[in-house]
Design a protein around this ligand. Structure first.
Ligand code: CTP
Length: 404
C-alpha cells in the first residue's frame, strides 16, 4: 500500500497544521510525521482547547517547528515563538491545514473572526486551506455549520471528511475526522507544483484474472504498485486520473476515479470506453494475454486424472487498441515486462502498439518496491535508470511525459 510519506518529492514545501479542540488531535498529530516523511517542513498551532488534548512538546517531538499556542501567553503558557506569529504561516507556508477543525473553528473561519492565534493566522493566510472537520454528528448537521461549510467551500477551502461512524461521545453519524492519510494526500496535492493541472490521465494497473472454473483462475503476481505510483504522482501534480484496476491493486486517494475490473476483457472494455476522454493513457497493467477456455458445468473434478490439458484463447490487447484509436494530441505510454533485454522489448512494443514511450523493466520487478527501468520514446531517446523506488520512477516518468 502506498502512503503519502512514500512520495519524497516535497522538499522545500511547507505546511502549517492548526489543531483545534477535539479528541481527534491525537490522530492529527501524526500528520506532522506523514508530511515530514514526504520531505515537507511543518509548523503548527494549537488552540487553547487543542492543548488540552496534545501538548506543544508532542508536536515538536514529531518534528513540527515552530509550534504556536496562545496569541497573548499568560503565566504558565509557553512563550510565543514570534511576536508576529499570526502572520508567519502566511509568509512561509504553502498550505494551511486545520485538522481537527471543530464547529467553532469553522464558524470563525467562515465569519473572518481572528480572536486567537489560529483564527488570526487563517485570516491572514492567502494560500490553499485544507480543513478536516471533527465534531458530534448533530453539530455537523446543524444549519449554522451547514451554512459555514458551504461558505468556506465556495471560497475554495478544501474539506476532507468528516466520515461516518461512531464518534467519541458514543453517537453514530458523520462527524469523525477523516483518516490522517486522506488528509495528508490532500495537503500534498495542495502544495504540489501542479504541472499536470487539468490533464486527464487514464491508467491500467495490476493483473487480470481469467477464470477457468468457479474456484480457479489464470493470473500473474503483479501487485499494481507501479501503476498506483503513477496514478498517485499524476494526481498529486494536478491531473484528473481514472485508474482501471485489476484485482488486488493498492488503495488510492479518494480523488482518483477508480474502476475495478477482473478480466482482460473487462479491462479492455473499461479502458477503450474511457480513452476518448483522456489526454494521456498509461498501460501499466500486467494483462493476461490468454484466458483458459472455461470449464462447463461447475468445478472441474480431479476424477482420477494424472494430467490436465487446458486450451487458452487470446485476450484483447488493451494498449494496442488504445494505440490504434488515438486522436490528435493524445499521448500513450506502455510498459514492457521482459525476461530478456528490456530495451529491445521496449523498442519493439513502441512500434507494434503505437506508443509515444515504452518503459521496459525486468519481470522480476513484479511485486517489488523498486524498479530499474529503461525508457524508450518515439523521438529515439533511450534512458536507463538505476534501481529506484517505484514512487520515484513514477515521478520521473511524468517528468518525461511532458517531453513527448
Ligand atoms: N498489454 C495490454 N493488453 C494485453 C497485453 C499487454 O494492454 N493483452 C500492455 C501492457 O499493459 C504493457 C504492454 O502491453 O503496457 C506490454 O505488455 P507485456 O506483457 O510486456 O507484453 P505483451 O504485449 O504481452 O507481449 P509479450 O508477452 O510477447 O512480451
Amino acid at each position: 500500500m502506498l502512503r503519502p510519506a512514500d512520495f519524497r518529492h516535497f522538499t522545500g514545501r511547507r505546511a502549517h497544521l492548526g489543531l483545534s479542540g477535539s479528541v481527534a488531535c491525537l490522530k492529527a498529530a501524526s500528520l506532522v510525521r506523514e508530511l515530514i516523511g514526504a520531505g515537507a517542513s511543518v509548523g503548527a498551532t494549537l488552540t487553547r482547547a487543542a492543548s488540552r488534548f496534545v501538548t506543544p512538546l508532542s508536536l515538536e517531538a514529531l518534528g513540527a517547528a515552530p509550534v504556536y499556542g496562545a496569541m497573548y501567553p499568560e503565566a504558565g503558557d509557553p512563550p510565543a515563538p514570534d511576536i508576529y506569529g499570526h502572520l508567519e504561516p502566511a509568509q512561509n507556508a504553502d498550505c494551511l491545514v486545520i485538522a481537527p477543525a471543530t464547529a467553532n473553528v469553522l464558524a470563525k473561519l467562515a465569519h473572518g473572526l481572528a480572536d486567537d492565534m489560529l483564527s488570526a493566522q487563517a485570516l491572514a493566510f492567502g494560500g490553499p486551506v485544507v480543513a478536516a472537520p471533527a465534531m458530534n454528528p448533530r453539530m455537523w448537521d446543524a444549519p449554522a455549520t451547514r451554512e459555514n461549510v458551504a461558505k468556506l467551500a465556495s471560497r475554495g477551502v478544501i474539506l476532507v471528511g468528516p466520515v461516518a461512524g461512531g464518534v467519541a461521545c458514543g453517537e453514530e453519524g458523520a462527524g469523525r475526522m477523516a483518516e490522517v492519510e486522506a488528509i495528508a494526500w490532500t495537503v500534498l496535492r495542495a502544495m504540489a507544483s501542479r504541472d499536470l493541472d487539468g490533464t486527464r490521465v487514464l491508467l491500467t494497473m495490476g493483473p487480470t484474472r481469467e477464470w477457468f472454473d468457479p474456484v480457479r483462475f489464470w493470473s500473474n503476481p503483479s501487485s499494481g504498485t507501479m501503476g498506483a505510483a503513477l496514478a498517485v504522482s499524476a494526481w498529486l501534480r494536478g491531473a484528473r486520473v481514472t485508474a482501471v484496476c485489476g484485482p488486488g491493486c493498492p488503495s488510492l486517494p479518494e480523488g482518483i476515479d477508480r474502476v475495478d475490473v477482473e478480466t482482460a476483457r473487462d479491462m479492455h472494455k473499461a479502458a477503450t470506453d474511457l480513452w476518448p476522454e483522456a489526454d494521456v493513457g498509461v498501460c501499466a497493467a500486467a494483462v493476461a494475454d490468454f484466458r483458459p477456455r472455461p470449464h462447463e458445468g461447475g468445478k472441474l473434478k480431479k476424477a482420477g486424472r494424472s494430467e490436465l490439458e487446458l486450451t487458452l484463447e487470446a485476450n484483447p490487447d488493451v494498449l494496442a487498441s488504445l494505440g490504434g484509436s488515438r486522436r490528435e494530441g493524445q499521448k500513450l505510454v506502455g510498459f514492457a515486462a521482459e525476461s530478456g533485454d528490456p530495451a529491445a522489448g521496449a523498442r519493439d512494443k513502441l512500434q507494434r502498439k503505437g506508443c509515444d514511450m515504452v518503459v521496459g523493466n525486468a519481470v522480476s520487478a513484479f511485486g517489488s518496491a523498486d524498479n530499474a527501468v529503461v525508457l524508450v520514446d518515439g523521438h529515439g531517446r533511450v534512458e536507463q535508470w538505476p534501481s529506484l523506488p517505484k514512487t520515484e520512477v513514477a515521478w520521473r516518468i511524468w517528468d518525461h511525459v511532458s517531453l513527448l
